[in-house]
Design a protein around this ligand. Structure first.
Ligand SMILES: [Zn+2]
Length: 425
């Protein structure tokens, strides 16, 4: 707790791993960089410059006991042989090294295993960006981020990035957000449209341990599905429905049903729809000409961030379970819980969820704010993973829904779930 006497006191932080390297080196003096949160008395000290800095930049001189400070340095850091650091007699707080940073996750998840896992995230909007940061917080160490968009005002309210990031490529801004949580994460940035760079998408899917598909267009979902099946990779597909009254998460595990088994073969028309703004939705024919601008606006609304978070959260949990599969960890029991490959969620009893039961109903109806896991079986007629080529039917899906319980699921059908009202998360 900060007491009154703490005001005016200066606080310094330094990277423990970089500090250890300097202590172990034969050098006595070296220069560095300080970043001061002005008027807040907080300064972060680094040996190498930050890629994207904050606050006021200061020159730093580091000196061991026998070294002499550079006279023009703004901050002089005295380093003792035991590795401790002082600035004007004030002890510098050392930011723990890699193995200690996520110590509190120990036992819950296998940190060494996650540190070496590579996650490809396609789409860095209100779904992909928080998922990326959440996986970094859990200790995932390697990322490939694919998105060609920039941070714009209209998506800020649901995005992990802030006003300070306006105009930046989402790949750059989200990479910084990941490194803000895990500075040891390796992040490869792919500011491309994956649907137009299928060779790159294929290479990335081959390298990834898991693929998170968080895009708002069926074109990238279509191509990602194909490549997941081709290369036997686990992939997750998450979506929020138009105004985030609900959403769904599908996980493809090699050998099981694929995304085409779920949606049939005609869910993607090659027109490459893009539905995050009214103009492109109209262009793609998803909003008929007679629909007013106001109703069209509702079509492209993606809802509150809080309504999208449950879907992101489910994606993260499923991903962590898959990445940790086979290891002894605190989440192992979830392997049994998450056997289904399709999960649905409703935030409000609106539109396709109108017929769902009220939150407190006792007659076994599905309700809002509760996940329902459904086993989608592999479809022998699937055009992607099946044996015969023909149009898939909705029967499997509806059968699974009925098998979930005695409730009336007539309010939900595959047409609604797979229609183009589905939105980017
Ligand atoms: Zn299939």
């Amino acid at each position: 707790m900060i007491t009154e006497s703490d005001f005016g006191k200066r606080v310094y932080y330094i990277d423990g791993e970089q500090l250890n390297q300097f202590v172990a080196s034969s050098e006595y003096v070296c220069t560095g960089y300080g970043y001061e949160w002005e008027k807040e008395g907080v300064t972060h000290i680094h040996f190498s410059p930050l890629e994207h800095s904050f606050g006021k930049k200061l020159n730093v001189s580091f000196a061991k006991e026998n070294g002499h400070h550079l006279s023009d340095a703004n901050i002089k850091v005295d380093i003792a042989s035991n590795g401790s650091a002082l600035v004007d007699g004030t002890e510098v707080t050392i930011i723990p090294s890699r193995e200690n940073l996520y110590k509190r996750n120990k036992g819950l998840i296998e940190l060494d295993i996650l540190a070496n896992k590579r996650v490809l995230i396609i789409g860095l909007g209100s779904g992909g960006s928080p998922i990326a940061v959440e996986l970094a917080k859990a200790g995932v160490g390697q990322f490939a981020l694919a998105d060609f968009d920039r941070i714009e005002l209209h998506n800020l309210s649901r995005h992990i990035c802030s006003l300070n990031d306006l105009g930046r490529l989402k790949t750059d801004a989200v990479s910084d957000a990941i490194k803000g949580k895990n500075p040891y994460a390796v992040v490869d940035k792919l500011p491309i449209d994956v649907s137009k760079n299928l060779d790159i998408l294929e290479e990335e899917i081959k390298k990834a341990d898991i693929v998170m598909c968080c895009t708002d267009n069926n074109s990238s979902r279509f191509h990602t599905s194909e490549l997941l099946v081709k290369h036997n990779k686990v992939g997750l597909f998450g979506r929020a429905i138009t105004r985030a009254e609900g959403g769904d998460v599908f996980i493809y595990r090699p050998g099981q049903a694929c995304y085409f088994c779920l949606l049939g073969s005609d869910w993607y028309d090659q027109s490459n729809e893009e539905i995050t703004n009214e103009a492109s939705a109209r262009r793609a024919g998803h909003i008929p000409a007679y629909v007013s601008a106001e109703d069209a606006e509702a079509f492209v609304q993606v809802g509150l961030g809080a309504d999208i978070e449950p879907i992101n959260n489910m994606m993260v949990k499923l991903a962590l379970v898959e990445l940790s599969r086979g290891t002894e960890s605190g989440i192992s029991s979830l392997e049994d819980e998450f056997q289904a490959n399709y999960y649905i969620w409703a935030n409000r009893r609106e539109r396709q969820y109108t017929n769902w039961g009220s939150f407190h109903n006792t007659n076994g109806m599905p309700t809002i704010m509760k996940w329902y896991g459904i086993n989608i079986s592999k479809d022998d007629d699937c055009t992607l993973c099946g044996h015969k080529e023909s149009l898939a039917t909705d029967e499997t899906f509806l059968e699974s829904l009925k098998a979930m319980g005695s409730g009336d699921f007539s309010g939900l059908n595959l047409e609604d779930i797979s229609d183009t009202g589905l939105q980017n998360m």
